[in-house]
Ligand binder design. Structure first.
Ligand SMILES: C=CC1=C(C)c2cc3[nH]c(cc4nc(cc5[nH]c(cc1n2)c(C)c5CCC(=O)O)C(CCC(=O)O)=C4C)c(C)c3C=C
Ligand SMILES: [Fe+2]
Ligand SMILES: [Fe+2]
Length: 330
């Protein structure tokens, strides 16, 4: 079936990242991010004094150092990889449709904003926007802020576009097979560890108790990936990383699990982070460095991090397939 793509465009959405790896750059990013009640839903009368009085004074200096350790000549890895994805997705869509379909980046927090991305699409005459947040698993703390941000961006437009948003794709067969292929490539090049650890970004347990399907979707992804790889239940683990604040987050925690594994005889680990579509601070610094050091200090012998899908062909093909399927819905 052929379709008229003349008014179609894609807004490729990622979480966002600081403009610079400096305390000021990180502070501006954290201020916007951590002020979103979708991310931290505590009573503002309690949260705002903590955020402005403590967190925004202490955390930026520490986190800027972490960003400096992963920053490249192309800037923040998340931004650089997102731009590569944007460019390759543009090329892939044109190859598949014989029509140039504009793809713009929009970050939930930081630059370019969702509003900027939307404006750039409208400047190219786009009136039917497919929004593709690159979060395979839906969470109220990642995907819902995208729909909030879009609604806010459109509040001031006289002419609003038609919009369709991909909510999640945690069991899409092409997503699972792209992950499985990346693990197999890693095994072929490096051999296979005792276990495959699948570490997902955490969220507060309470969000799940109140209806966020994120945890269930992470486990479904993990089980499907294990099945695609032919792993039995004792050959892989699903854990949750990046805990923030005092209340319980999804468990088991990645760091605690990794610390306990050498004592149980697990001396080598392969680690993959399926909730991340691009390598970033949380994978390159936290998982590939910090957690690795903890494993080796606890008696582990070999720890290997498997990169995110980033700009892999299979990943770009998945994005193109999802975008085109959404376009069929207009
Ligand atoms: C405070 C609560 C947080 C929730 C809830 C949360 C959910 C969540 N985040 C991602 C993806 C990413 N998070 C990243 C960084 C990051 N995340 C939090 C906090 C929460 N995340 C903070 C404070 C930070 C900044 C760094 C720090 O201060 O520790 C990033 C990396 C961005 C980068 O620049 O590289 C990503 C990506 C998901 C998928 C998720 C829930 C499912
Ligand atoms: Fe996060
Ligand atoms: Fe972190």
């Amino acid at each position: 079936m052929t379709q008229d793509h003349s008014r179609h465009g894609v807004l490729l959405v990622a979480l966002g990242t600081p403009d610079s790896p400096t305390p000021a750059g990180v502070r501006a990013f954290l201020k916007e991010f951590l002020s979103d009640p979708r991310v931290v839903d505590l009573n503002p009368l309690i949260w705002k004094p903590v955020l402005y009085g403590i967190i925004l004074n202490v955390r930026p200096r520490k986190v800027a150092k972490a960003y400096q350790s992963i920053w490249t000549e192309n800037g923040s890895p998340l931004m650089h990889i997102s731009k590569l994805q944007q460019q390759k997705l543009t090329e892939k869509l044109e190859a598949m449709t014989d029509w140039p379909i504009p793809v713009e980046l929009g970050m939930t927090y930081g630059n370019p904003s969702l509003s900027t991305g939307l404006k750039r699409l409208q400047e190219q005459n786009v009136d039917k926007v497919v929004v593709l947040p690159v979060f395979p698993q839906y969470s109220c703390s990642t995907v819902a802020p995208v729909s909030d941000g879009l609604a806010k961006a459109m509040l001031t437009r006289r002419n609003v576009p038609e919009v369709r948003m991909q909510k999640e794709y945690h069991l899409d067969p092409d997503y699972i097979s792209a992950l499985a292929d990346s693990v197999r490539r890693h095994w072929d090049a490096n051999g296979r560890a005792d276990k495959l650890l699948m570490s997902f970004h955490g969220v507060p347990q309470r969000y799940v108790d109140e209806g966020d399907p994120y945890e269930m979707q992470c486990h479904a992804t993990g089980d499907a990936l294990a099945e695609a790889l032919g792993l039995s239940s004792d050959e892989y683990l699903v854990t949750f990383q990046s805990r923030f604040g005092k209340e319980p987050w999804l468990q088991p925690y990645t760091d605690e699990t990794v610390n306990s594994l050498p004592k149980q005889g697990v001396k080598s680990l392969d680690v993959i982070c399926p909730a991340f579509s691009a390598d970033c601070l949380e994978t390159l610094e936290e998982i590939a460095e910090e957690v690795r050091d903890e494993f080796l200090e606890a008696g582990g012998e070999r720890y290997q991090y498997i990169p995110c899908l980033n700009d892999d062909d299979a990943h770009i093909e998945l994005m193109a397939k999802l975008a085109l399927a959404q376009m069929q819905g207009f």
